[in-house]
Design a protein. Structure first.
Length: 139
C-alpha cells in the first residue's frame, strides 16, 4: 500500500472565507500515484473547516448568513470562551457545524465525486497561517 502526506497552508486576510481546494487535492492525488484508495482532507486548526459542496457564490453567502445566525460573532461577551481574552468562540462553533474533515474515494486515479461536488477550506477566524492535511492511502 502506498501513501502520501501533504500540508496546505492558508492565510485568509479576512475573518471568514471559503477557498476551493479541489485542484490542490487533485494535484496531491496525481503526485501520490494512487489509483484506488481514499483521501482524507482535514483542517488542522479548531477554527477552520473542510467540507464538500457546490462552488456557487450564492450558496457560500447563504452559509455565511446561516452560520452568523447560528453563532453570531458579536457581542463577544455572550460566550464563556471569550472571557479568556479570546474573541473567537463563534469560530469554534462554526467549525463544529461545518465539520473538521472529508474523506473522498479514489477510483481509477480520480476523485470519485458526485455531480457538482468540490472540496472547500472554510475559515472562521482568519488573518493568520493555518494548515490543512491531505493524507492519501491506496494502491
Amino acid at each position: 500500500m502506498k501513501n502520501l502526506r501533504k500540508e496546505l497552508w492558508f492565510k485568509i486576510p479576512s475573518r471568514r472565507g471559503f477557498v476551493n481546494i479541489t485542484s490542490l487535492v487533485r494535484e496531491a492525488l496525481q503526485e501520490s500515484g494512487i489509483k484506488e484508495g481514499l483521501i482524507l482532507v482535514n483542517a488542522m486548526h479548531i477554527t477552520a473547516s473542510v467540507f464538500i459542496n457546490d462552488d456557487e457564490s450564492g450558496l457560500h453567502q447563504d452559509y455565511e448568513n446561516w452560520l452568523e445566525k447560528l453563532a453570531p460573532h458579536a457581542p463577544i461577551s455572550q460566550y464563556q470562551h471569550n472571557r479568556t481574552g479570546e474573541d473567537n468562540a463563534d469560530a469554534h462553533m462554526k467549525r463544529q457545524i461545518m465539520g473538521r474533515e472529508v474523506v473522498i474515494a479514489v477510483t481509477n486515479g480520480q476523485l470519485d465525486f458526485g455531480p457538482w461536488e468540490q472540496i472547500f477550506y472554510g475559515e472562521f477566524d482568519g488573518r493568520r497561517r493555518k494548515r490543512v492535511l491531505i493524507k492519501i492511502i491506496g494502491e
